[in-house]
Ligand binder design. Structure first.
Ligand SMILES: [Zn+2]
Ligand SMILES: [Zn+2]
Length: 658
């Protein structure tokens, strides 16, 4: 099952792994680490988990047997993991191995009850926990146990392990631990299973282990070295080790007490961990760092006054941001919206059925008419003055996991980039605004006399200096408006678009004319003028192509395909006499396009252009895709990986300046 991840509930696609803690324990017994009671502490026999004892327990956690046993905590684990999910967590590697009282059956139950993906571990912990017959076990026997746990099931169940480890090593390494390492490498080459190592507590230990694994045929690039935070204390040492190419795991996040009972070291706290990680990132190892809590005692659970499994998401990540560690912040992105715009240019005649537009107001009894004839009512076409509702909408969008919006209001639609900046700052939603001109009916009156050079220089100014007399710069060119048939001025604007794109590297988004030959003609014009089609979005696919063959033929040209009327489910449109699809039909068409291998080219949006589509006026709002469309896509068999591409990866690739 190359390319998949094996969880306690079966194989999953990497796309659904999400945020992952790479080293935790949920069901385990660490009695092997029992340490002598401290002279300061109360007698362990009389100890209970009460508030007045927690101070002692935090200093001497390994002196109290009860603290070392996570068995029996399943209900608290379920609470913890539900909370972890609420906070955006998705998966956990549970690396309890033989010797730590592993119970993969219980892990499966916890995973099923919480929806958190749990990956469990095969192999042996440190020598002091090895089975009594370990001396007599051959390497072949060890390999066959590992392979059985990975391919058939562990602990007498059918739950299969998805990692080998944590494989325990002492310092100095014992002969049996070396034998287990060699078996680990052999089982890894046989199964392709990833590996995670618990190194001995000495700065030379990780390097020695890597050498042993390598000599036995292990894949170091698929190996995590745990406990970096208690093994390396100098940046030079970590960086030297990093050059060997395994993953580096800081996995004691949440442990902030200097004293440790295992060894006389200076345990770092979270701030020091983050500082060390930042240095490693700065040296170019961002692809090799993972983090976790390695919860191994009761007192680290929230129920016992501890930090719990959500500590990294709740407390560490914000601190990382504050300390200058960058974020892939674009996130889920709607690629075609309007927040501040005026679409009066589309005003249509009132229908004979509708109430007189002058007497119309936004009341419940008028909404039925407005939905059928939205462009007949001037007030509906103007989004200016709706800033407060936009702020509400965008906060709700963020709550629902949304992160960024491309606001492609161009000249002719009453663009106001200053207001967009205000809305973005107030809501925390990234807003990318657009340069250029909309359709010919909205062009400035002197458009005939503007030369291509003048148009290019306006575009470049808006992208590099600021638009609308502000210092707010545009991050896309478009939506560039085209009619059918294309007018000469629209052609001139397209050519200027391509020129400004090659000059600045800015991505492009096009509003094509309403005919199935329009997108192809536009691509040709852009291409001839030097435009980069692979960084161009063709909008409004849902009102332009009605046959799968037509979309697929167009898809072969290589631009992004945007279905951007999600939420518009009324068949009738006032622009043109077409059969507007509804969301179900959009999803069906998208699925066909995905099946033909175009998953890297699909983006989606709502293209809100009228008041009646805002939640305040009874509409679907900007969260409709996240709340309603994504679940329907899943139900219709679109994979999580493809959904991720559509909402995150494709917008990101498109929006990066080339
Ligand atoms: Zn460990
Ligand atoms: Zn639009």
């Amino acid at each position: 099952m190359k390319g998949k991840i094996q969880t306690v509930c079966g194989w999953i696609d990497p796309g659904i792994l999400g945020k992952t803690l790479t080293h935790e324990h949920l069901v385990a017994d660490f009695s092997c680490f029992r340490a002598k009671p401290s002279q300061h502490a109360p007698r362990p026999d009389t100890l209970s988990f009460s508030m007045e004892n927690l101070g002692f327990i935090r200093q001497y956690p390994y002196s109290f047997s009860e603290n070392l046993n996570l068995h029996g905590e399943e209900n608290h684990m379920v609470e913890e993991l539900k909370f972890y999910r609420q906070n955006g967590g998705s998966s956990i590697v549970e690396c309890t191995t033989l010797g730590l009282s592993r119970d993969v059956g219980k892990l499966k139950q916890i995973s099923m009850e919480t929806g958190v993906n749990v990956i469990c571990g095969a192999g042996y912990y440190t020598a002091n926990t090895h089975p009594s017959n370990m001396d007599s076990l051959t390497q072949e026997q060890l390999v066959s146990t590992l392979v059985r746990d990975i391919t058939q099931g562990a602990d007498g169940t059918d739950v299969r392990c998805g990692v080998i480890g944590e494989i325990g090593c002492s310092w100095p390494l014992t002969d049996n631990e070396r034998k287990v390492l060699q078996a680990t490498a052999a089982a890894q080459s046989e199964t392709g299973c990833p590996v995670i190592i618990h190194p001995g507590g000495h700065k030379d230990a990780p390097c020695e282990i890597v050498r042993i694994l390598q000599e036995a045929g292990g894949d170091i690039s698929a190996t995590v070295m745990s406990h970096i935070d208690r093994t390396f204390f100098e940046p030079e040492d970590v960086l030297e080790f990093a050059s060997l190419g395994c993953y580096l795991e800081w996995d004691f996040f949440g442990l902030e007490v200097s004293h440790t009972q295992w060894q006389d070291i200076d345990m770092p706290n979270d701030a020091m961990r983050i500082r060390m990680i930042r240095q490693v990132l700065e040296e170019g190892h961002a692809d090799r760092v993972v983090i976790s809590h390695d919860v191994d005692t009761k007192h680290r659970l929230m129920h016992y006054g501890g930090h719990g499994y959500s500590h990294i998401l709740l407390n560490v990540v914000p601190k990382m941001r504050n300390r200058g560690i960058s974020e892939d912040i674009l996130g889920k992105t709607l690629t075609h919206e309007h927040l501040v715009a005026d679409f009066s240019c589309f005003r249509a005649k009132p229908s004979q059925h509708a109430p007189h537009p002058d007497t119309l107001s936004f009341s419940m009894e008028n909404l039925g008419f407005i939905r059928q004839y939205p462009y007949s009512f001037l007030e509906n076409l103007n989004l200016h003055g709706e800033e407060n509702h936009m702020v509400e909408e965008l906060k709700f969008f963020r709550q629902n996991g949304g992160s960024s919006i491309v606001e492609c209001t161009t000249l002719g639609l009453s663009r106001d980039v200053g207001k967009l900046k205000q809305i973005s700052m107030e809501t925390g939603v990234n807003v990318i605004c657009g340069a250029g001109y909309y359709t010919a009916n909205t062009h400035p009156s002197n458009m005939d006399s503007l030369t291509q050079e003048q148009l290019v220089s306006t575009l470049v100014r808006d992208i590099t200096q600021g638009a609308d007399g502000t210092d707010v710069r545009c991050g896309v060119i478009g939506e560039i408006g085209c009619s059918w048939p294309l007018t000469d001025n629209e052609r001139k604007v397209l050519q200027a678009t391509a020129a400004a794109q090659s000059e600045t590297g800015c991505p492009v988004i096009i509003h094509p004319g309403g005919h199935k030959d329009a997108p192809c003609e536009i691509v040709r014009i852009l291409q001839e003028a030097g435009g980069d089609i692979s960084a161009t979005v063709m909008s409004h696919i849902d009102s332009t192509f009605f046959e799968p063959e037509d979309v697929l033929e167009f898809a072969s040209l290589g631009c992004y395909l945007e279905w951007d009327f999600f939420g518009l489910e009324v068949s009738h449109t006032q622009w043109q006499d077409i059969d507007m699809p509804n969301d179900a039909m959009r999803i069906r068409m998208i699925r066909q396009v995905l099946e033909e291998g175009h998953a890297d080219r699909v983006v989606i949006s709502h293209d809100v252009d009228t008041k009646h589509r805002l939640m305040h006026y009874g509409g679907h709002g900007y969260s409709h895709i996240l709340l309603n469309v994504v679940p329907k896509m899943r139900n219709r068999g679109i994979s999580e990986e493809d959904i991720n591409k559509i909402l995150i990866e494709n917008p990101k690739r498109w929006l990066v300046f080339k």
